[in-house]
Design a binder for this molecule. Structure first.
Ligand SMILES: Nc1ncnc2c1ncn2[C@@H]1O[C@H](COP(=O)(O)OP(=O)(O)OP(=O)(O)O)[C@@H](O)[C@H]1O
Ligand SMILES: [Mg+2]
Length: 246
């Protein structure tokens, strides 16, 4: 049984204008699935729907065998307990130091034990290369450091699936790699992830599966070698030849 199974999923921001159309996809435990495709193809929308930030108009999402009911508060809570998302804009709490940013939700929202949470937050910060920044405030950090805090903050809630939406796109080029390195560490530990990224070399390196989307549908899905070296569909061939030329 796949960890996450998406069947015929459709979504729309406005009635009669579907931006996801019958999307099918599976994600196994420990898998890293990357979504690629042109701007506006529905990558962010798919992540939003999975998190319950936009209610689907059709289809089904099954997480660990449970069909998610996006109209039910308890089902949504269940999803948000198990999945976490990090966006391009890291949105840290500016008035809190790094440790507080990472530990506040587990302590205040989950009610977990403060000492335990802080010890785990320290481990997470070490993992993303910020062991020496516990007391720093966001405005004292680079964009790459802030994004790594945002990743640690998402992980502090112990998600089973981590969704990353272009987490390096707002960063100066020299800061991109430090964030990718943090994601590489998570990948090596078997974290299940769905990644939207324009860093194609990285996508190729870490993904178990690459899903190409266009106009709200999945055009082609397969291992990176298939998608990047021998895409089967004409649309994927066009897209890949365009992006790899750059
Ligand atoms: N809040 C919104 N309201 C209405 N339409 C939206 C909204 N957000 C996105 N859309 C539309 O939904 C479609 C899919 O957008 P989405 O943001 O999912 O694309 P994307 O693949 O993530 O693109 P990009 O690579 O530029 O981030 C686009 O046609 C977009 O214009
Ligand atoms: Mg997007």
């Amino acid at each position: 049984m796949p960890h996450l199974e998406i069947t015929d999923l459709s979504a729309a921001y406005e009635a009669d204008a579907k931006v996801l159309k019958d999307v099918n996809m599976t994600v196994d435990k420990g898998e890293i699935v990357s979504l690629i495709g042109p701007s506006g193809s529905g990558k962010s929308t798919l992540l939003r729907v999975l998190m319950g930030l936009l209610r689907p108009v059709g289809g089904q999402v099954v997480l660990d065998g449970d069909a998610i009911d996006y109209t039910s508060k308890s089902s949504l809570r269940h999803v948000r307990d198990r999945c976490a998302i990090v966006f391009q804009q890291y949105n840290l709490f500016q008035n809190m130091n790094v440790m507080r940013n990472v530990s506040i939700a587990p302590i205040k929202i989950k009610g977990w034990d403060k000492k335990t949470v802080e010890a785990e937050a320290a481990d997470l910060l070490a993992k993303v290369g910020l062991a020496d920044k516990h007391k720093a405030y966001p405005d004292e950090l680079s964009g790459g450091q802030q994004q790594r805090v945002a990743i640690a903050r998402a992980l502090a809630l112990k998600p089973e699936v981590l969704l990353l939406d272009e987490v390096t796109s707002a960063l100066d080029p020299e800061l991109v790699n430090e964030v990718l390195d943090a994601i590489r560490v998570l990948a090596s530990e078997g974290m299940t992830m769905i990644i939207v990224s324009h860093e194609m070399a990285f996508v190729r390196e870490v993904s178990s599966k690459v899903v190409m989307m266009d106009e709200g549908t999945v055009v082609e899905a397969g291992p990176p070698a298939q998608i990047f070296d021998a895409p089967k569909t004409r649309r994927a061939q066009e897209f890949v030849s365009k992006i790899l030329r750059h």
